[in-house]
Design a protein around this ligand. Structure first.
Ligand SMILES: *Cc1c(COP(=O)(O)O)cnc(C)c1O
Length: 859
């Protein structure tokens, strides 16, 4: 029988405890130790079994217990401190770099397909989501006027469990939004705000929820509404579920719906940050909205691109969504008309080759074209991305492709284990939590007592071992293992042994099963009873990735076999909670990606803040963090790239085992006075002092603010002045340049040198340019000058602008001159290029126009 109506009964909190609601409805509990403690003090067990979900906790806690703590003066004082801290948190930080803004009036909207904020809101699958969560947390701490936009998936990302033979199974939780600390976003009449957008011929509705992450509001859309067709209700059913069309719907909802959400909620951000290409339709929708204010497509595009930021995350081609022209047509034919574009022209915004009618529409391409600040997520990834997308800027050399690097970071207070936080509070001062990007603070790590650091670390390792045993027992029970095996679970792992952790998505390029390719050698290490080592694994494979699942099966069956099972364990259902246990308690954080597929990787950064040392191939962040003297961790190889994967496995596996056996293990067991591994502890501290200030999300968010948000905000204001007049002018100018550019010509390119010249000597360069009616100040004529490699390519280059000399002659030729001087000895070369320039133009490369001198134009 169906109930007539379903409603929620909310527990009544005893007098004096009402403030608990306030604590529960702010995700700051994920990084504020006080709040965590308050819930722990009420009922530690329940806090754990509710997976640190404060709302579920308050719904389930025994009322009697609440009465007891309500009358406990100690608890009351703890609660007061916690509530006051939250209040102070909101007041404390002087406001942002961007004036006129506040959290209620955000300047930046941050779009992401996933957000990993707390394990009780499982709307993340891995690094991308965790990064987005950490971005919001740091933006909150730093008081950056930012609002988040995302989707609220009814079934979240899946729970993983394994069959007895280790094959991954997925089960989808049914999230009750009344049991997650989020609230409906309501209008002034108390009604939940909704949006409606066209989806093909239908109307798609979504209702809006609000998650409070410290100061930051995160707006989440949910389509499970009676008014929607059943298949549309499923749009927010699960993260990365469904087919291509479903993905397209989700991305339409995120981008186009997301812009609508901001509008109906009264937010008017001037800057849009697209975290990965999923949200790139936001750019198109913004263009449409400016066109409704009377701007042309071109002027609207100038505004939108100049104030958009796009972060690309994946060097794996399959990670970049592409949709067939037919599918696009179903949903964007009308839309293109609204934009005043032929459908084919619309499609060209998502194509590498605008003239290829077969090419699919790629979200990454769209994002790159609609944003003037594009970045990869590590220095290495910048180069990889430039190579990947160079076809969008065919006339530009690698160094000039407009994709920069802004390396990821992690939210230090979230990812530092409780016990370690306390050590830092004492030795570094509590402001490491607010200012983790400050070098001076981390330099104090040198003063931490070796014994205390080590004891804390060992306690965390013991806790991980306990946790692993407990989890393993539950896993074994769940699939009806033999009693003996379940009992054995209490004896796996050794709280004193060197513990190596590997936990991440089981994408095949990460090679989770690498060490299992050398079982003999592994067994030999396991047999050394004086210097025991052990491994803890965790990770999910994408539901459709059967190769990834095979890797899991291989790892799991090894872990379960007789010779290995006391030394190796696989923990099911990797999530934020498991990550915290592992990153607290391991000694070594192992990573084996095939370079260069790891765009950045962030779990190793979390490890640093817990004194866990990285051991990894030189890929992603580790390629820029690693110091070759091994003083902060170890590398596998020297950053080689291989064309034969089997050979690569062979070489890197040998290196891995050699470093492990001859460097890592001996040093871990090199115990001096007090049983302390001094050298090891020294590395822990050095990693903290060197990498701590760098690889945290405060540094990352501040980098975004300085390099991207603030300039984008200024760009917007600049172009939007006088009712968008500059934007209109810029669009006209662009049109003019585009039509005349082809007629530009060069002659008499000349450099005044002999075959040899001295360092520091200044050399005159000159050229004549036929302007073809383009005003002289609309172009920049530049000497492109630098050292040349054996193959004739530039190894480095300097750009020197040449100055127009005299008047343009009657035929339209203009003479340009300038000087360069080589600062180093070596083989040098020069060439000349012309690019368009305009003070309103953020980046001349966006026109795709460039004219290089060719040999016959020299004199
Ligand atoms: C940090 C984290 C990740 C990302 O780790 P990588 O090293 O980037 O692979 C994935 N999942 C969870 C639960 C995490 O905490």
């Amino acid at each position: 029988m169906q109930p007539l109506k379903i409603f929620n009964v909310i527990p009544k909190l005893p007098e004096g405890l009402e403030e608990l609601w306030k604590l529960a409805y702010n995700f700051r509990f994920t990084w504020c130790g006080h709040t965590d403690n308050v819930f722990k003090q009420i009922d530690q067990q329940l806090w754990a079994t509710t997976s640190h979900n404060p709302l579920l906790f308050l719904q389930q806690v025994d009322p009697q217990r609440l009465k007891t703590v309500a009358s406990d003066p100690f608890f009351q004082s703890q609660l007061k401190i916690t509530v006051d801290t939250l209040k102070e948190y909101f007041e404390e930080r002087p406001s942002p770099i961007i004036e006129e803004a506040s959290p209620e009036n955000p300047v930046v909207a941050y779009f992401s397909f996933e957000f990993g904020i707390a394990s009780c809101m499982p709307i993340y699958s891995g690094g991308l989501g965790i990064l987005a969560g950490d971005h919001l947390k740091s933006a909150s701490d730093l008081n950056i006027p930012l609002v988040g936009v995302g989707l609220l998936y009814k079934h979240g990302y899946y729970h993983q469990y394994l069959t007895p033979d280790g094959w991954q199974q997925e089960s989808y939780p049914d999230l009750d939004f009344n049991q997650i600390p989020i609230l409906p976003m309501e209008d002034e009449n108390g009604k939940q705000i909704q949006i409606a957008i066209p989806l093909g011929r239908r109307k798609l509705r979504a209702q809006i929820w609000k998650a409070q992450v410290g100061r930051i509001t995160l707006l989440l859309m949910d389509t499970e509404m009676a008014e929607n067709r059943p298949e549309h209700r499923a749009i927010t059913a699960s993260l990365y579920g469904g087919d291509k069309e479903m993905r397209l719907w989700q991305e339409i909802l995120l981008g186009i719906g997301g812009m609508k959400v901001l509008e109906v909620c009264g937010y008017h951000p001037k800057v849009i940050h697209m975290n990965e290409g999923h949200s790139a339709f936001a750019g198109v929708e913004r263009i449409r909205s400016y066109m409704q204010k009377g701007l042309s497509f071109e002027s609207a595009s100038e505004i939108v691109a100049s104030s958009s930021i796009f972060t690309t995350h994946t060097p794996v081609p399959a990670g970049n969504d592409r949709f067939s022209p037919e599918l696009m047509e179903k949903y964007f034919r009308e839309y293109a008309r609204d934009l005043g574009l032929a459908f084919k022209v619309f499609l060209s915004f998502g194509r590498e080759n605008p003239f290829d009618d077969q090419e699919e529409f790629c979200m990454t391409v769209l994002a790159l074209k609609l944003s003037r600040f594009n970045n990869g997520v590590s220095k290495l990834h910048k180069h990889v991305s430039r190579k990947m997308w160079k076809s969008l800027w065919p006339l530009y050399p690698h160094d000039d492709i407009p994709i920069s690097a802004l390396t990821n970071g992690i939210h230090a207070p979230t990812w530092t284990a409780d016990d370690m936080r306390e050590v830092y509070d004492r030795y570094l001062g509590t402001n490491w939590r607010e200012d983790p990007d400050c070098k001076t603070i981390w330099s104090r790590a040198a003063n931490i007592s070796d014994a205390e650091l080590w004891r804390t670390h060992e306690r965390l390792r013991a806790r991980l071992v306990d946790f692993a045993r407990h989890r393993l027992r539950k896993q074994l029970q769940a699939y009806g293992a033999r009693k003996q095996d379940i009992q054995n679970a209490d004896e796996i792992l050794n709280p004193q042994a060197l513990t190596i952790g590997f936990a991440r998505r089981f994408a095949t390029y990460k090679r989770a099963n690498l060490i299992m390719r050398e079982k003999d050698r592994l067994l030999r290490l396991f047999k050394d009873v004086d210097r025991p080592i052990q491994f803890v694994f965790a990770g999910k494979a994408h539901p459709a990735d059967s190769e990834g699942k095979k890797y899991i099966k291989e790892v799991v069956s090894t872990c379960r076999s007789l010779d290995y099972r006391f030394h190796m364990v696989f923990l099911e259902d990797y999530d934020i909670d498991i990550a915290k246990y592992m990153l607290g308690g391991c000694d070594i954080w192992l990573n084996t990606p095939r370079r260069p597929y790891e765009a950045c990787g962030t779990s190793g950064m979390k490890a640093i803040f817990n004194g866990v040392l990285t051991f990894s191939t030189l890929d992603g962040w580790w390629d820029e963090a690693f110091i070759p003297d091994n003083s902060i961790g170890w590398a596998i190889g020297k950053g080689e790239e291989y064309s034969d994967p089997d050979y690569q496995d062979y070489v890197e596996l040998r290196t891995l085992f050699n470093v492990l056996e001859f460097e890592i293990i001996p040093e871990f067991y090199d115990r001096g006075r007090g049983g302390l591994p001094r050298q090891w502890i020294h590395r822990m501290k050095k990693a903290l002092t060197t990498l701590g200030p760098e690889f945290n999300s405060h540094r990352m968010v501040m980098d975004y603010v300085r390099k991207a948000y603030k300039p984008a905000y200024d760009n917007y204001n600049n172009l939007a002045r006088y009712d968008f007049q500059p934007a209109r002018e810029l669009a006209e100018w662009r049109n003019d340049i585009m039509t005349k550019w082809g007629g530009i010509d060069l002659r008499n390119a000349n450099i005044e040198i002999m075959d040899e010249t001295f360092v520091g000597e200044s050399i005159r360069i000159s050229v004549d340019v036929k302007l073809n009616g383009i005003p002289c100040d609309s172009i920049s004529t530049e000497a492109y000058f630098g050292q040349v490699q054996q193959n004739g390519e530039f190894a480095s280059r300097n750009i020197r602008k040449l100055t127009p000399i005299g008047d343009t002659d009657p035929e339209g030729w203009q003479h340009f001159e300038g000087k360069v001087s080589p600062t180093k000895p070596g083989r040098f070369g020069y060439t000349i290029r012309i690019i368009p320039t305009n003070p309103l133009l953020i980046d001349p490369r966006s026109l795709g126009l460039i004219r290089w001198a060719v040999p016959q134009e020299t004199s």
